[in-house]
Design a protein around this ligand. Sequence first.
Ligand SMILES: [Zn+2]
Length: 283
Amino acid sequence: MAVHAHPDDESSKGAATTAKYAAEGHEVLIVTLTGGERGDILNPAMDRPGIKENITQVRQEEMAKAAAALGVQHTWLGYVDSGLPEGDPLPPLPEGSFATIPLEESGEALVKVVREFRPHVMITYDEHGGYPHPDHIRCHEVSMLAYDRSGDPESFPDAGEPWTVSKLYYTHGFLRARMVAFSDEFEKHGQESPFKEWLARWDARGGDVMGRVTTQITCDDYFAARDEALRAHATQIDPNGVFFAVPAEWQRRLWPTEEYELARTRVQTSIPETDLFAGIETP
Ligand SMILES: [Zn+2]
């Protein structure tokens, strides 16, 4: 079970991993916590009449296409996008939006899904949300709550039969080392790297989460499915943007994996891992 804040996050973070496990016969469920109603239209071609007015429905249709491309199951938790607050001071979050819902309430809703689907493994974001959006931080918080308490019969007795999840991972897609590998390849081919400014800003700020990675999943056979899922989110992803700048052959040769951090486990395993299910006994 992979828990994500908005429709499109499942396609930009760990998508090929979910497609691979689904193709190998695992049951894979994406849970999207909010409808993504407050996302900007990031693809100029989709910034046209009829889109913004119907954004809820448009994003539901995009999400259905993305799930089909990945071959995974999908469910909505049904909360409203909190939006990315901008300005100084930051404006308050919109009333009733996901990040304003008491954690016990949204947590119980996720516990209910966990107890129905009964996953062995959960995937979520790290404590920084991977990206400082209030819904991403909240995604981390509800996921931790669900991992900690789904198996406890005293917790949320009205939310179904207890189920204990074996492992919980953070997805780490935004890796400096990966960007450097691609950037160098552009330069080797005498081309301007689209990551130059990004890397300069990164170097000024410092730090890479690569040191936290415990688990690398080889999933390059599923990069095409990932790209198809990304393109399904037509309002969010510019097909001419940086997501698609790196040729497929370079990606397969230079970085055929997706990266995870084993944040919690109730089973024995040894690090580094190459399988999210390592240590879990299956009948
Ligand atoms: Zn998001």
